[in-house]
Design a protein around this ligand. Sequence first.
Ligand code: DLL
Length: 433
Amino acid sequence: MNEIWNLEYETMGRDELRALQLQRLQMTLRWSYKNVPFYKDKWDGAGLHPDDVRSLDDLSRIPFTVKEDFRKAYPYDLFAVPLERVVRIHSSTGTTARPIVVGYTRGDLNTWAELCARVVTAGGARPHDVAQVAFGYGLQTGAFGLHGGLERIGASVIPASTGNTRRQLTIMRDYKTTVLVCTPSYALYIAETAADLGFDWGELNVRVGLFGAESWTNNLRQELEKRMGLTASDNYGLTEVMGPGISGECPLKDGLHINEDHFIVEVVDPVTGENVPEGTEGELVFSALTKEAVPVLRYRTGDLASVTFRPCACGRTLARHTKVYARTDDMIIVRGVNVFPSQVEDVLMDIEGIEPHFQILLDRKGPMDEMVVQVEVEPAVFPDAMRQLVEFERHVEDRLQEELGVRARVKLVEPKTVPRHTGKARRVIDRRS
Ligand code: DLL
């Protein structure tokens, strides 16, 4: 199954790669300094001139860029080119704050398609495939980005977009879809709908799932692979840096390969901002090396992972980061204990009879936080006798407590009660004021 889209860059020797990174970094620094007043002001303030960066070790002298910088720059203040040169605009849906707006020149779109071509190839897509893209075609980057990469490799792309799940399944069957592209939570919803409608996966041809855009555990991967009879790979990216195409898994699924000829990755301590040693978990920071319209240097993603620069048995020399299970800001604090939703998912997926749909509800009762985990049980398990129900709830509560170190109340709910998502799942409802 292993095939490498761009042998030259994906298997480049590390010395050669670092030389290329330095050259591109210096070019990007000069480009940003000259064309984006935000960077000029910030670096002048820090006493840094692009010419001061003479080796990759000087990278840490460059100030970080953060999400707030994008918000303040709304909509175009981080653009390095006039709008005449911008051929595409995307934005991430800000529910509360101002959205993040990014633009792409023709050259940027070309790079984006190249990088997504690498990621989808590593994930198992091939020119003969029929790829159904069930990310939303809209302002967000997922659909258009991966669409570009799939077209680049020569796959037949179906821009199905999200929603209308019954129609997704009909398309999947009638158009003979072989590659499904969406969030893992939507994949799960599709699988569930298929079962409800009596679709037989044996009738379908889907063999590869390219899933990403949200955190998901290996347990969920196994579940999806089992239910859908496919091989599922993870791919990662974010709007501020480019969208999808930043990294993706190869068939060995031992970390996500970062397209390092276009992005330098660093891992920093989320509190101090200092670089941490290879293999230590911290916050991923990316510097884009080739972007024209919206160059971005040392962007703090908020995503937690560790990175290895060891070559992979697949032949790629590109660094790998571990699956992103948590963000610095999705941690919830319940009665003083730090809890990540991915920990909850891991426990639940391990318990027989539980469906992989859950939601965490946080309330404050007097001075105390209360955490309720709504958990769906499989229809066959949904117990009639109240006693059994209570016992099962206690069992799940105990297992969660072992993992989280804090007691949550578990509420078993009937199948199909936890809200389903066609895009990214919403795992936590925090009603504490
Ligand atoms: O989610 C880009 C994307 C689309 C990636 C399709 C892969 C596939 P944003 O909407 O800006 O961009 O959200 C970015 O989503 O900082 C992570 O917290 C999270 N995220 C993205 N991919 C993964 C992943 C797109 N594979 C934010 N695993 C990022 C875990 C992910 N989290």
